[in-house]
Design a protein around this ligand. Structure first.
Ligand code: GUN
Length: 284
């Protein structure tokens, strides 16, 4: 049976150490890290994510600024708010919760955020920095996954890493981080000819497809590290991942559960990025 990678516990440890560092930082500089979170509309899942981000800020000793805007908000109004926050010294990080309503261009809004305050690391300037390895911020989910892999003690260097899913938020930056860690990286996607064959070669398998339980036990190399980014619903409406946990956990060496694996790490990394943004601002 695979060892379960406890994202909840690792996230709490990281947030605990950020809390300690933050207290020291505030005492030394008089600056309290601040995160602004913007939510447009009333998507129930987004409302929960935003509430959790606010709670996490309060727990680690950051200021949080919440902007709840109606669905009818125009792109101009949203960009005006972002611009105001770009120039607000108490705000070190700006996060605009995605998805945005259809009439607003996500690209335009992301590009309006100052790269120095872009704690999601979605701005093209920060995406470019990730390519070269010269970055201030890493996107939260892939950064959290790197921490989860580190917690297993499994060395990435020289290992065969397979990433399934090529989104801008998870798959693409994930592949880059594994490459920076000297993994031999393969990216798989919906057009991959033989997904099973590719996955079977993985010492480290990261799955971010949004397809419930698509990775089966016969697709996983015995002893592999399996990271499941999925947040799906199974045929009974129960929360599950992209990996068939009950079956794959009999084959894998290490596996993340859903929930309680990758999810909690994303918020811990958001806190880390906000703290980094405040440190950079204070050092200028
Ligand atoms: N929606 C789902 N995940 C995320 C995220 O990591 N950042 C933002 N801004 N929106 C999201």
């Amino acid at each position: 049976m695979a060892e379960i990678i406890d994202g909840k516990k690792i996230s709490a440890q990281i947030r605990g150490s950020i809390k300690e560092e933050t207290a020291r930082f505030i005492a030394e500089t008089g600056v309290t890290p601040g995160l602004a979170v913007i939510l447009v509309g009333s998507d129930p899942a987004s409302q929960i994510y935003v509430r959790n981000k606010k709670k996490a800020c309060e727990e680690v000793g950051f200021k949080s600024f919440e902007y709840l805007m109606p669905e009818s908000t125009t792109e101009e109004e949203l960009k005006e708010l972002v611009n105001k926050l770009n120039h607000t010294s108490e705000v070190h990080g700006i996060l605009c919760q995605l998805p945005l309503p259809k009439h607003i261009s996500e690209k335009a809004v992301i590009e309006s955020i100052s790269p120095m305050k872009d704690v999601d690391a979605f701005h093209p300037a920060n995406v470019g920095r990730i390519m070269t390895g010269d970055y201030n911020f890493l996107p939260c989910t892939p950064a959290g996954i790197m921490e989860l892999i580190k917690s297993t003690g499994v060395e990435i260097a020289g290992k065969k890493c397979v990433v399934v899913g090529r989104s801008n938020i998870v798959g693409k930056p994930m592949a880059m981080l594994l490459l920076h860690a000297n993994g031999t990286v393969t990216m798989c996607h919906s057009k991959t000819a033989d997904l099973k064959k590719e996955c079977l070669e993985a010492d480290i398998l990261v799955v971010a497809t949004g397809k419930a339980k698509m990775i089966k036990a016969d697709m996983v190399k015995p002893g592999a590290v399996v990271i499941d980014v999925g947040m799906d619903r199974d045929e009974n409406g129960k929360l599950c991942g992209d990996v068939d946990f009950d079956e794959v956990s009999k084959v894998a060496g290490y596996i993340t559960p859903v929930p309680g694996g990758v999810g909690p790490m994303t918020i811990a990394m958001l806190m880390r990025n906000t703290y980094t943004a405040a440190k950079i601002a204070a050092s200028r």
